[in-house]
Design a protein. Structure first.
Length: 84
């Protein structure tokens, strides 16, 4: 899967994650496609419910994307999920 290999490489390089990038991308894709959690809509709703609706809107709208801070990720997804 060359597309995913490229994504993993980009994430590893951009964020200095090295070998941790593969599990991160895998976990993120699993969260986005988890039907029991509502798929991508459910994933985005978790951010909205955490009070980060403007951030989500920047990702799916036109224009620049707002940056997600580590504490915002913990707030939306929960520390346990992020650590896994």
């Amino acid at each position: 899967m060359a597309l995913l290999d490229g994504l993993v490489t980009e994430v590893a390089d951009r964020f200095g994650l090295g070998a941790k990038a593969g599990p991160l991308v895998s976990g993120l894709l699993a969260s986005l496609t988890d039907g029991q959690q509502g798929g991508i809509a459910g994933f985005l709703d978790r951010f909205r419910q955490a009070g980060l609706g403007n951030l989500v809107n920047s990702w799916i709208g036109h224009g620049g994307n707002s940056t997600l801070a580590p504490e915002q990720l913990d707030q939306a997804l929960g520390t346990d999920t992020v650590e896994r």
